[in-house]
Design a protein around this ligand. Structure first.
Ligand code: FAD
Length: 88
């Protein structure tokens, strides 16, 4: 069993959730195609890449949430629009 999309890595909205869910599906399919007779290896390979990828996106989401709703807003939001402190 494995997870993908929001079920695997629900995070604060940053405009990446649907993209990550589709990428997860594609990467899972690719891993299974590469190891058709060894599903455990396929899932492990998929998860090894999926968890760091989604952790990075979650960190970006937390950063954006702070810019939008943190103590420094609206200054932080204006800084982002001006190219300073832009989320990765
Ligand atoms: C307000 C809002 C705005 C967003 N804007 C963006 C954006 O601009 N860009 C972006 O990339 N992402 C955005 N997202 C995030 C994005 O919608 C999700 O990350 C994405 O839909 C996750 O896809 P998923 O397939 O993992 O889950 P979901 O899209 O939630 O699909 C899960 C499906 O499973 C079904 N389901 C649940 N339980 C069961 C069950 N027991 N049996 C059968 N079916 C079940 C649900 O009905 C649903 O259809 C936004 C999210 C929200 C809430």
């Amino acid at each position: 069993m494995t997870l993908l999309g929001d079920a695997a890595h629900l995070a604060a909205p940053n405009g990446e959730g649907a993209n990550l869910a589709m990428l997860d599906g594609a990467e899972l399919g690719r891993a299974i195609a590469a190891h058709p007779d060894d599903i455990e290896t396929a899932l492990a390979e998929y998860e090894r890449a999926m968890f760091p990828r989604s952790a990075e996106a979650a960190a970006d989401g937390a950063e954006l949430h702070e810019i939008l709703f943190g103590d420094g807003t609206p200054r932080t939001l204006l800084d982002m629009f001006q190219g300073n402190g832009q989320p990765r």
